[in-house]
Design a protein around this ligand. Sequence first.
Ligand code: HEM
Length: 180
Amino acid sequence: MYGMIHRGIREMVVELKGAEAWSEIEQSCAIGPVELISAVVYDDAMTLAIVGAASQVLEMDVPTCLKHFGRYWIRFAERGSYGALMNFTGQNLTTFIANLDRMHASVALALPQANTPSFSVVGSDGPEIRVRYWSSREGLEPFVVGLLEGLLDRFGEIGTVTQCDAKSNGTDFVITLADT
Ligand code: HEM
């Protein structure tokens, strides 16, 4: 994945555990600044190794670490050069999710090797929003849970995110908004 993902993980680790914890990861994964260039693409195996090492220093299992990172990623992306793009993507949760593929397509203009997932809103019933996620990668569903929780935060909503069983056309997630 692109180095900007690695930079996001670094910021999360430094925020939660300090710069020393990131140095441990650099050593255990044999990486340095060269592996952190935002616009360079690295093998997914490296990204997964960094996530694995981060889960150890943060004392979380890998799915929990991915979920934390998903939630963190929304704040990280808002702060960076793509913050304006996020503002154009939608002013409420449902519209934003419905426009995510267009947003990733805009990101891919700058990062043409990005292999981005697909999201669609497949149902909306009272407090429930059903979101379908499709990816060519496996195992990133906890990251998606965290991302959707991060979007709840972004829009000042309170709710829960539940993952449904995977199907051939993707995995559904149900966001249930709390009565406020
Ligand atoms: C402006 C904000 C964002 C930027 C710049 C961005 C950019 C990227 C990039 C560069 C990748 C890696 C692709 C690759 O290297 O092959 C990626 C992956 C991913 N993005 Fe985004 N993204 C943003 C927001 C979001 C949001 C809001 C969501 C969902 C709520 C999301 C969901 C994902 C997921 C799940 C992946 C992992 C790849 C996969 O599932 O196959 N992203 N994104």
